[in-house]
Design a protein around this ligand. Structure first.
Ligand SMILES: [Zn+2]
Length: 385
């Protein structure tokens, strides 16, 4: 958890530098203590600082005039308002008021209709720090009246989980000491996880492949985006020159690897594209600009949050690799708008792990741990409206 928050804070100076006004107004007392507003491109962010974790009870849009209404559990709140110098194109005012005995209402007045890109809580980085409640919005394109009358309110869809069985076809992936092929292990675990998720009735599931076929890494990312995945889970089984290395690990995207092993592993997994005969090892020109994008940053945050929840949810019988959550530049994790993690279920280069990976018992331990992690994640992650 700590790493995520640090990364988020690390990116904040950039956001502040780009915004015309981002003035935290601090006030004494319990409850909500500060308001921070920032804009970057077409997106704007409202951050509330609070003594304790803050999550909304309701979040909705009202017309005439356009405004977002966010209801929180009753807290003390001082006179917080939008700084006069704020120059964002969307937000024109922020008001707080007591709505009911146990509800504080924040109204964000906007110049036009906006949509919520995301809202989430961020834990303090140190003991003296504050919790943050973050609300990211973007202007919505004006629609004609017929579209508005046709639009019916609908229930939020079940979360879409895109499961990616690593490797496949002419790319076998790692090969175990007893000749187990990674591509077969990943497909088996992908199908087991699909089955377990569908059984709960709470998820929709898409697989990037359901047979032994080769896919470029970019194709896997494209499948995640086409399906509008709420989460992308790429399954792999590791291999290491050190035959003693064993256990479960989870990776999230970072341009800088957390350690040499993670960097080497990313290089190895990224090789899948070279096997395809066409090296797509060319970074997009706009990776740098995507990286400062709010959506991108939130996606990285969510990926990290989920990775940590996954570790917490792991069945005690599953051995963990030290520093279980690692970071590196895996190409398959690069969808800018789909939170993505890469799971290395275990090491095929380790005799014990290879044997375990081939058992039904271990397969169901991994599936049930991942289902538990997903349940926890979606219970704690308010979904964009
Ligand atoms: Zn792999």
């Amino acid at each position: 958890m700590r790493k995520i928050v640090k990364r988020w804070l690390y990116t904040m100076p950039l956001l502040i530098a780009l915004s015309a006004a981002a003035i935290p107004l601090l006030a004494a007392g319990k409850g909500i203590v500060g308001l921070d507003v920032a804009h970057e491109g077409s997106r704007e962010r409202v951050t509330l600082l609070s003594h304790s974790e803050l999550s909304h009870k309701a979040l909705f849009h009202l017309d005439n005039p356009h405004r977002l209404v966010v209801d929180f559990p009753k807290r003390h709140y001082p006179q917080l308002r939008l700084p006069d110098s704020y120059q964002g194109a969307l937000i024109r005012g922020i008001r707080f008021g007591t709505y009911t005995r146990d509800t504080v209402r924040m109204v964000v007045d906007t110049h036009r209709k906006v949509r919520v890109l995301g809202s989430y809580a961020v834990a303090p980085t140190d003991n003296g720090g504050y919790w943050r409640y973050v609300l990211d919005i973007e202007g919505e394109e004006p629609r004609d009246n017929s579209a508005i009358t046709a639009a019916k309110p609908k229930l939020p869809a079940k979360p879409m989980i895109v499961i990616d069985a690593g490797h496949g076809g002419k790319d076998p992936g790692a090969i175990g000491r007893n000749h187990t092929r990674e591509k077969h292990v990943t497909l088996r675990y992908a199908k087991a996880l699909q089955k377990a998720l569908l059984k709960t009735g709470r998820y929709r599931v898409a697989l990037t492949r359901d047979d032994d076929r080769y896919l470029f890494l970019k194709e896997r990312v494209a499948i995640a985006r086409e399906n509008k995945g709420d989460l992308f889970i790429s399954l792999h089984a590791d291999s290491n020159q050190n035959a003693d290395a064993q256990g479960f690990s989870v990776y999230t995207l970072s341009e800088t690897a957390s350690d040499e092993e993670a960097a080497a592993l990313a290089a190895q997994e990224n090789k899948a594209d070279i096997i395809g005969g066409l090296d797509l090892n060319v970074e997009d020109e706009d990776v740098a600009s995507i990286l400062i994008d709010l959506t991108r940053r939130e996606t990285l945050n969510k990926s990290s949050v989920f990775a940590d929840m996954m570790i917490d949810a792991l069945h005690p019988k599953i051995t963990r690799l030290s520093n279980t959550h690692r970071y590196a530049g895996f190409r398959v994790l690069k969808a800018p708008d789909v939170p993505s993690v890469l799971v290395e279920i275990g090491f095929l280069s380790n005799r014990k792990d290879e044997k375990l990976l081939n058992t039904r018992e271990y397969e169901s331990l991994v599936s049930s741990s991942l289902v538990k992690a997903l349940d926890h994640y979606f219970a704690n992650q308010p979904r964009a409206l």
